[in-house]
Design a protein around this ligand. Structure first.
Ligand code: NAP
Ligand code: COA
Length: 255
């Protein structure tokens, strides 16, 4: 059974919201009545996501940018603020991943993922602060179980997402007095996503992966959207600084 949420008149901005899990989150907020902005590198993906969100009834907007470019992030947030006003909900989910053993990874390969996931999240949070509704905004960073479960071939992601979760906890301390809540969601393996295409490239590996999840299945992007709506809703107003695994129990069982 799905929970039903109402985010009418809410302004939501999803960084990395043009595909996969983050687009699933954007869809959930749009379907619940919010006005949703998305941003990612590809103009084509931005345009397609905006068209889809508009078809759900949302007054959607989009920005083509790289979260590694702090000035571009700042400019998009300023433009959005001028057009739509303060943000009720901010999601930072842009990320990169590829499987590689640390000993075989180039310094630039490691740096690319840390720059997108961790530094990019810092750019988003730092710039968004002035545009967040105070009091009342909900901020969610999209983390991963790799932040607390070490996984071979994922040293870059493990390091970057652990950093993202510490940003969540630190900013919960710094921003609590402004009435801003900030939490992480750590999705487990989610079906039909680029992340899982990279980590489970064959049906055999995907089936093995599924058996490692206590609930014996991959999750759906919409289930992460439901968790994001819960954390941003009226019933979660005393929740800040947590890392919420939404993973069918995968992180309890371990890698
Ligand atoms: P995805 O579809 O590739 O989503 C990544 C999004 O970020 C895309 O919209 C991508 O669009 C954007 N992006 C990538 N690099 C960017 C950059 N430098 N600047 C701006 N935007 C950028 O992959 P996904 O698997 O759904 O992953 C979404 C999130 O969930 C990530 O944070 C990931 O770490 C997390 N996660 C995924 C899983 C999973 O099972 N898939 C599990 C745990 C956590 P462009 O290419 O247009 O930039
Ligand atoms: N194995 C090892 N190293 C890899 C790699 C792989 N599969 N893919 C990329 N790299 C290395 C590159 O060789 C390069 O290092 P080098 O300059 O020393 O050769 C470095 O990573 C950067 O690659 P580049 O393609 O220039 O980076 P980019 O900024 O265009 O893209 C990535 C960033 C690499 C993270 C790319 O995979 C991406 O855009 N991912 C977004 C989508 C995604 O990962 N979705 C899942 C989200 S969880």
């Amino acid at each position: 059974m799905k929970a039903s949420f109402d985010f009418k008149d809410n302004n939501v901005f999803v960084f990395g919201g043009t595909s996969g899990i983050n687009l699933g989150i954007a869809r959930c907020f749009a379907a619940a009545g919010a006005s949703v902005a998305v941003a990612s590198r590809s103009q084509e993906k931005v345009d397609a996501a905006v068209a889809e969100l508009k078809s759900l009834g949302s007054s959607a907007s989009g920005y083509a940018l790289d979260v590694r470019d702090a000035e571009a992030v700042q400019a998009a947030l300023a433009e959005h603020d001028a057009a739509a006003g303060a943000l009720d909900i901010l999601i930072s989910g842009a990320a990169g991943n590829f499987p590689a053993f640390a000993k075989d990874m180039s310094p630039n390969g490691f740096k690319s993922v840390v720059d997108i996931d961790l530094l990019g999240t810092f750019h988003v949070l730092r710039s968004a602060f002035q545009y967040l509704k105070k009091p009342g905004a909900s901020v969610i960073n999209i983390s991963a179980p790799q932040a607390f479960v070490p996984m071979p071939m994922q040293s870059h992601v493990c390091a970057a997402k652990a950093g993202v979760d510490m940003l969540t906890r630190t900013l919960a301390l710094e921003w609590g007095a402004y009435g801003i809540r900030i939490n992480s969601i750590a999705p487990g393996p989610i079906a039909d996503t680029e992340g899982m295409r990279r980590l489970a490239p064959s049906e055999a590996i995907a089936n093995q992966y599924k058996k490692s999840v206590p609930l014996q299945r991959f999750g759906a992007a919409e289930e992460i959207g439901q968790a994001a709506m819960f954390l941003s809703s009226d019933v979660a107003q005393y929740i800040s600084g947590v890392v919420l695994p939404v993973d069918g129990g995968w992180s309890v069982a371990g890698a």
